[in-house]
Write a protein that binds this ligand. Sequence first.
Ligand SMILES: Cc1cc2nc3c(=O)[nH]c(=O)nc-3n(C[C@H](O)[C@H](O)[C@H](O)COP(=O)(O)OP(=O)(O)OC[C@H]3O[C@@H](n4cnc5c(N)ncnc54)[C@H](O)[C@@H]3O)c2cc1C
Length: 373
Amino acid sequence: MLQCPGETKTNSIFYAVILNDVLQQSESLPVLIVGAGPIGLELSVALHRCAIEHLVLDAGSIGQTMSWWAPGTRWFSSNERIAIAGVPLLTPDQGKATREQYLTYLRSVVAQFQLPVCTFESVIDVRPDAAGYVVTTRSTAGENTYRCGAVVLAIGGTDRPRRLGVPGEDLAHVDGYLREPHRYAGRRVVIVGGRNSAVEAALRLHHAGARVTLCHRGEELPEDGIKYWLLPEIKGLIAAERIRGCFGCVVTEITPSHVVAQSSQGERRLAADDVLTLIGYEQDKTLLQRIGIELTGENLRPQFDSETMETNLPRIYIAGTAVAGTQTSKYKTFLENCHDHVDKIVTHLTGAHGDHVESVKPYARQIVSQPES
Ligand SMILES: Cc1cc2nc3c(=O)[nH]c(=O)nc-3n(C[C@H](O)[C@H](O)[C@H](O)COP(=O)(O)OP(=O)(O)OC[C@H]3O[C@@H](n4cnc5c(N)ncnc54)[C@H](O)[C@@H]3O)c2cc1C
Protein backbone atom coordinates (compact mmCIF):
# COMPACT_ATOMS: atom_id res chain seq x y z
CA MET A 1 0.00 0.00 0.00
CA LEU A 2 1.28 3.43 -0.88
CA GLN A 3 2.37 5.49 2.05
CA CYS A 4 0.37 8.68 1.89
CA PRO A 5 2.83 11.56 1.63
CA GLY A 6 0.74 13.52 4.12
CA GLU A 7 1.58 10.80 6.67
CA THR A 8 5.31 10.99 6.02
CA LYS A 9 7.05 12.00 9.20
CA THR A 10 9.54 14.65 8.21
CA ASN A 11 10.31 18.25 8.87
CA SER A 12 11.81 18.67 5.42
CA ILE A 13 9.82 19.90 2.49
CA PHE A 14 12.02 17.93 0.13
CA TYR A 15 10.10 14.75 -0.33
CA ALA A 16 11.74 13.49 -3.46
CA VAL A 17 14.07 11.03 -1.81
CA ILE A 18 11.44 9.79 0.57
CA LEU A 19 8.83 9.35 -2.11
CA ASN A 20 11.13 7.74 -4.60
CA ASP A 21 12.04 5.20 -1.92
CA VAL A 22 8.45 4.60 -0.89
CA LEU A 23 6.75 4.22 -4.24
CA GLN A 24 7.05 0.73 -5.64
CA GLN A 25 6.36 -0.36 -9.17
CA SER A 26 3.28 -2.39 -8.25
CA GLU A 27 1.51 0.41 -6.39
CA SER A 28 -1.17 2.45 -8.03
CA LEU A 29 -2.06 6.07 -7.37
CA PRO A 30 -5.43 7.61 -8.15
CA VAL A 31 -3.82 10.66 -9.77
CA LEU A 32 -0.38 11.63 -11.04
CA ILE A 33 0.30 15.30 -11.81
CA VAL A 34 3.05 16.12 -14.29
CA GLY A 35 4.48 19.56 -13.49
CA ALA A 36 5.14 21.33 -10.18
CA GLY A 37 4.46 24.80 -11.55
CA PRO A 38 1.79 26.97 -9.92
CA ILE A 39 -1.13 25.11 -11.53
CA GLY A 40 0.24 21.62 -10.80
CA LEU A 41 0.69 22.65 -7.16
CA GLU A 42 -2.73 24.33 -6.97
CA LEU A 43 -4.28 21.09 -8.19
CA SER A 44 -2.20 19.13 -5.69
CA VAL A 45 -3.62 21.23 -2.83
CA ALA A 46 -7.15 20.71 -4.15
CA LEU A 47 -6.63 16.92 -4.26
CA HIS A 48 -5.06 17.03 -0.80
CA ARG A 49 -8.18 18.80 0.50
CA CYS A 50 -10.32 16.08 -1.05
CA ALA A 51 -8.06 13.41 0.49
CA ILE A 52 -7.20 12.06 -2.96
CA GLU A 53 -3.81 10.40 -2.97
CA HIS A 54 -1.55 11.65 -5.72
CA LEU A 55 1.98 12.50 -6.71
CA VAL A 56 3.47 15.55 -8.45
CA LEU A 57 6.51 15.01 -10.66
CA ASP A 58 8.60 17.76 -12.16
CA ALA A 59 11.43 17.55 -14.65
CA GLY A 60 13.13 20.41 -12.78
CA SER A 61 12.65 22.20 -9.50
CA ILE A 62 9.45 23.42 -7.87
CA GLY A 63 8.40 26.35 -10.07
CA GLN A 64 11.01 25.46 -12.68
CA THR A 65 9.66 28.01 -15.18
CA MET A 66 10.15 30.90 -12.75
CA SER A 67 13.56 29.57 -11.74
CA TRP A 68 15.07 30.52 -15.10
CA TRP A 69 13.81 34.10 -14.96
CA ALA A 70 16.60 36.59 -14.32
CA PRO A 71 17.07 37.46 -10.63
CA GLY A 72 14.69 40.16 -9.49
CA THR A 73 12.24 39.73 -12.37
CA ARG A 74 8.76 40.77 -11.28
CA TRP A 75 5.47 39.25 -12.32
CA PHE A 76 3.30 41.43 -14.50
CA SER A 77 0.20 40.14 -12.70
CA SER A 78 -0.97 41.40 -9.33
CA ASN A 79 -0.29 39.11 -6.43
CA GLU A 80 -3.90 38.04 -5.85
CA ARG A 81 -4.10 36.80 -9.43
CA ILE A 82 -1.09 34.53 -9.16
CA ALA A 83 -1.70 33.34 -5.60
CA ILE A 84 -2.74 29.70 -5.49
CA ALA A 85 -4.97 27.51 -3.36
CA GLY A 86 -6.27 30.38 -1.22
CA VAL A 87 -2.85 31.04 0.30
CA PRO A 88 -2.25 34.81 0.32
CA LEU A 89 0.80 36.04 -1.56
CA LEU A 90 2.08 39.08 0.30
CA THR A 91 5.18 41.10 -0.50
CA PRO A 92 7.11 43.40 1.83
CA ASP A 93 6.61 46.46 -0.42
CA GLN A 94 3.08 45.53 -1.58
CA GLY A 95 4.51 45.36 -5.10
CA LYS A 96 4.13 42.59 -7.64
CA ALA A 97 6.06 39.53 -6.52
CA THR A 98 9.58 38.97 -7.76
CA ARG A 99 10.80 35.62 -9.01
CA GLU A 100 12.51 35.01 -5.65
CA GLN A 101 9.44 35.90 -3.61
CA TYR A 102 7.24 33.70 -5.76
CA LEU A 103 9.59 30.70 -5.63
CA THR A 104 9.68 31.07 -1.84
CA TYR A 105 5.90 31.28 -1.84
CA LEU A 106 5.60 28.06 -3.87
CA ARG A 107 7.96 26.28 -1.48
CA SER A 108 5.85 27.54 1.41
CA VAL A 109 2.68 26.14 -0.17
CA VAL A 110 4.41 22.78 -0.66
CA ALA A 111 5.53 22.84 2.98
CA GLN A 112 2.19 24.03 4.38
CA PHE A 113 0.20 21.23 2.73
CA GLN A 114 3.04 18.68 2.76
CA LEU A 115 2.52 18.17 -0.95
CA PRO A 116 3.98 15.00 -2.45
CA VAL A 117 6.39 16.53 -4.95
CA CYS A 118 9.29 14.75 -6.65
CA THR A 119 11.66 17.10 -8.41
CA PHE A 120 14.12 16.48 -11.24
CA GLU A 121 12.15 13.51 -12.49
CA SER A 122 10.95 13.84 -16.10
CA VAL A 123 7.89 12.04 -17.35
CA ILE A 124 8.89 10.52 -20.65
CA ASP A 125 5.94 8.26 -21.45
CA VAL A 126 2.40 7.39 -20.43
CA ARG A 127 0.85 4.10 -21.60
CA PRO A 128 -2.58 2.65 -20.87
CA ASP A 129 -2.83 -0.58 -18.88
CA ALA A 130 -5.76 -2.54 -17.49
CA ALA A 131 -6.13 -0.37 -14.37
CA GLY A 132 -5.32 3.02 -15.85
CA TYR A 133 -1.92 4.26 -16.92
CA VAL A 134 1.72 3.36 -16.53
CA VAL A 135 3.89 6.47 -16.33
CA THR A 136 7.58 6.16 -17.15
CA THR A 137 10.01 8.70 -15.75
CA ARG A 138 13.68 9.47 -16.00
CA SER A 139 15.96 11.02 -13.40
CA THR A 140 19.65 10.84 -12.59
CA ALA A 141 18.86 7.58 -10.79
CA GLY A 142 17.58 6.02 -14.03
CA GLU A 143 14.11 5.08 -15.27
CA ASN A 144 11.15 4.50 -12.99
CA THR A 145 7.48 3.61 -13.50
CA TYR A 146 4.31 4.53 -11.63
CA ARG A 147 0.81 3.15 -12.03
CA CYS A 148 -2.09 5.54 -11.75
CA GLY A 149 -5.75 5.95 -12.56
CA ALA A 150 -5.52 9.43 -14.04
CA VAL A 151 -2.79 11.75 -15.30
CA VAL A 152 -2.86 15.55 -15.31
CA LEU A 153 -0.43 17.27 -17.65
CA ALA A 154 0.35 20.67 -16.07
CA ILE A 155 3.48 20.99 -18.16
CA GLY A 156 3.36 24.65 -19.16
CA GLY A 157 4.15 26.07 -22.57
CA THR A 158 7.55 27.74 -22.26
CA ASP A 159 10.03 24.87 -22.36
CA ARG A 160 12.62 26.57 -24.54
CA PRO A 161 13.27 29.92 -26.21
CA ARG A 162 12.00 30.37 -29.76
CA ARG A 163 14.77 30.45 -32.33
CA LEU A 164 15.47 32.98 -35.04
CA GLY A 165 16.69 30.26 -37.41
CA VAL A 166 19.73 32.23 -38.62
CA PRO A 167 23.41 31.28 -38.88
CA GLY A 168 25.40 32.02 -35.73
CA GLU A 169 22.51 31.53 -33.35
CA ASP A 170 24.42 28.82 -31.49
CA LEU A 171 27.49 30.98 -30.80
CA ALA A 172 28.44 31.16 -27.12
CA HIS A 173 27.55 34.85 -26.71
CA VAL A 174 24.00 34.33 -28.00
CA ASP A 175 21.35 33.49 -25.42
CA GLY A 176 17.57 33.03 -25.38
CA TYR A 177 17.42 33.83 -21.66
CA LEU A 178 18.17 37.04 -19.80
CA ARG A 179 20.70 36.29 -17.05
CA GLU A 180 21.77 38.25 -13.96
CA PRO A 181 21.81 41.87 -15.27
CA HIS A 182 25.12 42.63 -13.51
CA ARG A 183 27.03 40.44 -15.96
CA TYR A 184 26.17 42.74 -18.89
CA ALA A 185 27.61 45.92 -17.31
CA GLY A 186 29.82 47.79 -19.79
CA ARG A 187 29.00 45.40 -22.63
CA ARG A 188 27.36 46.04 -25.99
CA VAL A 189 24.18 44.01 -25.89
CA VAL A 190 21.90 43.57 -28.89
CA ILE A 191 18.45 42.45 -27.81
CA VAL A 192 16.35 40.93 -30.58
CA GLY A 193 12.61 41.24 -29.99
CA GLY A 194 10.05 43.92 -29.35
CA ARG A 195 7.60 42.72 -26.77
CA ASN A 196 7.56 42.64 -22.99
CA SER A 197 10.53 40.33 -22.38
CA ALA A 198 12.77 42.21 -24.82
CA VAL A 199 11.68 45.67 -23.66
CA GLU A 200 12.00 44.79 -19.98
CA ALA A 201 15.47 43.33 -20.61
CA ALA A 202 16.50 46.45 -22.54
CA LEU A 203 15.47 48.68 -19.63
CA ARG A 204 17.09 46.52 -16.97
CA LEU A 205 20.36 46.13 -18.84
CA HIS A 206 20.49 49.85 -19.65
CA HIS A 207 20.14 50.60 -15.93
CA ALA A 208 22.79 47.96 -15.17
CA GLY A 209 25.30 49.83 -17.34
CA ALA A 210 25.10 47.92 -20.63
CA ARG A 211 25.08 49.66 -24.02
CA VAL A 212 21.82 48.34 -25.37
CA THR A 213 20.48 48.08 -28.91
CA LEU A 214 16.90 46.90 -29.27
CA CYS A 215 16.47 45.26 -32.66
CA HIS A 216 12.89 44.67 -33.76
CA ARG A 217 11.55 43.52 -37.13
CA GLY A 218 8.53 45.85 -36.92
CA GLU A 219 8.82 49.46 -38.03
CA GLU A 220 7.96 50.56 -34.49
CA LEU A 221 7.37 49.03 -31.07
CA PRO A 222 4.08 47.10 -30.90
CA GLU A 223 2.46 49.28 -28.25
CA ASP A 224 -0.46 46.90 -27.68
CA GLY A 225 2.03 44.13 -26.79
CA ILE A 226 3.97 46.08 -24.18
CA LYS A 227 2.99 46.77 -20.58
CA TYR A 228 1.71 50.30 -20.15
CA TRP A 229 4.27 50.99 -17.42
CA LEU A 230 7.22 49.91 -19.59
CA LEU A 231 6.23 51.84 -22.69
CA PRO A 232 6.90 55.48 -21.66
CA GLU A 233 10.34 54.62 -20.33
CA ILE A 234 11.51 52.64 -23.36
CA LYS A 235 10.14 55.25 -25.75
CA GLY A 236 11.83 58.04 -23.78
CA LEU A 237 15.19 56.29 -23.61
CA ILE A 238 15.12 55.47 -27.33
CA ALA A 239 14.13 59.07 -28.18
CA ALA A 240 17.03 60.29 -26.04
CA GLU A 241 19.29 57.76 -27.82
CA ARG A 242 20.35 56.25 -24.51
CA ILE A 243 19.01 52.94 -25.80
CA ARG A 244 19.52 52.45 -29.51
CA GLY A 245 16.37 51.44 -31.36
CA CYS A 246 16.79 49.50 -34.57
CA PHE A 247 13.37 49.02 -36.12
CA GLY A 248 12.27 47.39 -39.35
CA CYS A 249 15.36 45.19 -38.99
CA VAL A 250 15.19 41.47 -39.72
CA VAL A 251 18.17 39.58 -38.34
CA THR A 252 19.86 37.44 -41.02
CA GLU A 253 23.06 36.35 -39.29
CA ILE A 254 24.97 36.56 -36.01
CA THR A 255 28.75 36.67 -36.15
CA PRO A 256 31.18 36.57 -33.19
CA SER A 257 31.20 40.39 -33.18
CA HIS A 258 28.01 41.60 -34.91
CA VAL A 259 24.33 41.08 -35.51
CA VAL A 260 23.60 41.41 -39.21
CA ALA A 261 20.12 42.66 -40.10
CA GLN A 262 18.29 43.62 -43.27
CA SER A 263 16.21 46.80 -43.31
CA SER A 264 14.57 48.85 -46.03
CA GLN A 265 17.78 50.92 -46.07
CA GLY A 266 19.90 47.84 -46.72
CA GLU A 267 22.14 45.73 -44.49
CA ARG A 268 22.94 46.88 -40.95
CA ARG A 269 25.74 45.51 -38.81
CA LEU A 270 25.20 46.00 -35.09
CA ALA A 271 28.27 45.51 -32.90
CA ALA A 272 27.54 43.06 -30.07
CA ASP A 273 29.47 41.47 -27.20
CA ASP A 274 26.28 39.68 -26.14
CA VAL A 275 23.12 38.91 -28.10
CA LEU A 276 19.79 38.16 -26.43
CA THR A 277 17.11 36.64 -28.64
CA LEU A 278 14.01 37.36 -26.58
CA ILE A 279 11.31 36.46 -29.10
CA GLY A 280 9.15 34.13 -27.03
CA TYR A 281 9.13 30.52 -25.91
CA GLU A 282 7.99 27.17 -27.27
CA GLN A 283 6.20 24.23 -25.75
CA ASP A 284 8.01 20.88 -25.98
CA LYS A 285 5.59 18.59 -27.82
CA THR A 286 7.57 15.37 -27.30
CA LEU A 287 5.54 13.96 -24.42
CA LEU A 288 2.19 15.08 -25.82
CA GLN A 289 2.94 13.45 -29.17
CA ARG A 290 4.31 10.26 -27.64
CA ILE A 291 1.20 9.82 -25.51
CA GLY A 292 -1.12 10.44 -28.45
CA ILE A 293 -2.67 13.78 -27.43
CA GLU A 294 -4.15 15.40 -30.52
CA LEU A 295 -2.57 18.75 -31.32
CA THR A 296 -4.51 21.28 -33.32
CA GLY A 297 -4.13 24.63 -35.04
CA GLU A 298 -1.17 26.92 -35.62
CA ASN A 299 -0.06 26.73 -31.96
CA LEU A 300 -0.41 22.92 -31.87
CA ARG A 301 -2.79 23.24 -28.93
CA PRO A 302 -3.58 20.00 -27.13
CA GLN A 303 -7.16 18.97 -27.75
CA PHE A 304 -9.34 18.91 -24.62
CA ASP A 305 -12.89 19.30 -23.40
CA SER A 306 -13.15 22.81 -21.98
CA GLU A 307 -15.75 21.69 -19.40
CA THR A 308 -13.65 18.89 -17.91
CA MET A 309 -10.08 19.56 -19.16
CA GLU A 310 -9.98 15.91 -20.30
CA THR A 311 -7.92 15.40 -23.46
CA ASN A 312 -8.83 13.07 -26.31
CA LEU A 313 -7.50 10.27 -24.07
CA PRO A 314 -9.76 9.19 -21.19
CA ARG A 315 -8.59 10.33 -17.74
CA ILE A 316 -5.62 12.21 -19.13
CA TYR A 317 -6.22 15.88 -18.36
CA ILE A 318 -4.40 19.05 -19.31
CA ALA A 319 -4.13 22.09 -17.06
CA GLY A 320 -2.52 25.51 -16.86
CA THR A 321 -0.78 27.26 -19.70
CA ALA A 322 -0.08 23.89 -21.34
CA VAL A 323 -3.59 24.12 -22.84
CA ALA A 324 -2.51 26.88 -25.21
CA GLY A 325 0.34 25.01 -26.90
CA THR A 326 3.07 27.32 -28.18
CA GLN A 327 1.74 30.84 -27.83
CA THR A 328 2.90 33.25 -30.49
CA SER A 329 3.54 37.00 -30.14
CA LYS A 330 0.57 38.10 -28.01
CA TYR A 331 0.06 35.66 -25.14
CA LYS A 332 -3.53 35.09 -24.06
CA THR A 333 -3.24 32.20 -21.62
CA PHE A 334 -1.51 32.89 -18.31
CA LEU A 335 -1.44 31.47 -14.86
CA GLU A 336 -3.93 34.14 -13.84
CA ASN A 337 -6.64 32.88 -16.20
CA CYS A 338 -5.99 29.14 -15.67
CA HIS A 339 -7.04 28.70 -12.03
CA ASP A 340 -10.47 27.37 -13.03
CA HIS A 341 -8.82 24.32 -14.61
CA VAL A 342 -8.26 22.98 -11.11
CA ASP A 343 -11.95 23.06 -10.21
CA LYS A 344 -12.94 21.47 -13.49
CA ILE A 345 -10.51 18.57 -13.07
CA VAL A 346 -11.38 17.90 -9.43
CA THR A 347 -15.07 18.04 -10.28
CA HIS A 348 -14.62 15.56 -13.11
CA LEU A 349 -12.43 13.26 -11.04
CA THR A 350 -14.71 13.23 -8.00
CA GLY A 351 -18.08 13.80 -9.61
CA ALA A 352 -18.74 16.38 -6.91
CA HIS A 353 -18.78 20.03 -7.75
CA GLY A 354 -17.00 22.39 -5.41
CA ASP A 355 -15.01 25.58 -5.48
CA HIS A 356 -11.51 24.33 -4.85
CA VAL A 357 -9.73 27.52 -5.82
CA GLU A 358 -10.51 29.93 -3.03
CA SER A 359 -8.03 32.63 -3.94
CA VAL A 360 -9.35 33.72 -7.29
CA LYS A 361 -13.07 33.61 -6.66
CA PRO A 362 -13.46 37.32 -5.97
CA TYR A 363 -11.43 38.20 -9.06
CA ALA A 364 -12.57 35.49 -11.45
CA ARG A 365 -14.87 37.59 -13.64
CA GLN A 366 -12.49 40.53 -13.66
CA ILE A 367 -9.55 38.31 -14.64
CA VAL A 368 -11.44 36.79 -17.56
CA SER A 369 -12.62 40.16 -18.85
CA GLN A 370 -9.39 42.03 -18.23
CA PRO A 371 -6.26 39.93 -17.75
CA GLU A 372 -3.27 41.99 -16.65
CA SER A 373 -0.66 39.98 -18.46
C1 LIG B 1 9.45 36.81 -17.76
C2 LIG B 1 8.08 36.19 -17.64
C3 LIG B 1 7.09 36.88 -16.96
C4 LIG B 1 5.81 36.31 -16.80
N1 LIG B 1 4.85 37.01 -16.14
C5 LIG B 1 3.62 36.48 -16.00
C6 LIG B 1 2.60 37.19 -15.31
O1 LIG B 1 2.81 38.29 -14.85
N2 LIG B 1 1.39 36.60 -15.14
C7 LIG B 1 1.12 35.35 -15.62
O2 LIG B 1 0.00 34.86 -15.40
N3 LIG B 1 2.07 34.66 -16.31
C8 LIG B 1 3.29 35.21 -16.51
N4 LIG B 1 4.24 34.52 -17.19
C9 LIG B 1 3.93 33.20 -17.68
C10 LIG B 1 4.08 32.22 -16.49
O3 LIG B 1 5.37 31.67 -16.57
C11 LIG B 1 3.01 31.19 -16.59
O4 LIG B 1 1.75 31.87 -16.53
C12 LIG B 1 3.06 30.16 -15.45
O5 LIG B 1 4.36 29.65 -15.27
C13 LIG B 1 2.11 29.04 -15.83
O6 LIG B 1 2.07 28.08 -14.82
P1 LIG B 1 1.83 26.56 -15.19
O7 LIG B 1 1.75 25.85 -13.89
O8 LIG B 1 0.72 26.43 -16.16
O9 LIG B 1 3.13 26.11 -16.00
P2 LIG B 1 4.68 26.20 -15.62
O10 LIG B 1 4.92 27.14 -14.51
O11 LIG B 1 5.42 26.39 -16.88
O12 LIG B 1 4.96 24.75 -15.03
C14 LIG B 1 5.10 23.62 -15.83
C15 LIG B 1 6.02 22.64 -15.12
O13 LIG B 1 5.96 21.40 -15.80
C16 LIG B 1 7.26 20.82 -15.77
N5 LIG B 1 7.33 19.84 -16.86
C17 LIG B 1 7.21 20.07 -18.18
N6 LIG B 1 7.33 18.91 -18.87
C18 LIG B 1 7.53 17.94 -17.95
C19 LIG B 1 7.73 16.52 -18.02
N7 LIG B 1 7.73 15.87 -19.19
N8 LIG B 1 7.91 15.84 -16.87
C20 LIG B 1 7.90 16.47 -15.66
N9 LIG B 1 7.71 17.81 -15.54
C21 LIG B 1 7.53 18.52 -16.67
C22 LIG B 1 8.20 22.02 -15.94
O14 LIG B 1 9.50 21.73 -15.45
C23 LIG B 1 7.48 23.09 -15.12
O15 LIG B 1 7.94 23.17 -13.78
C24 LIG B 1 5.51 35.06 -17.37
C25 LIG B 1 6.52 34.36 -18.07
C26 LIG B 1 7.78 34.94 -18.21
C27 LIG B 1 8.82 34.17 -18.99
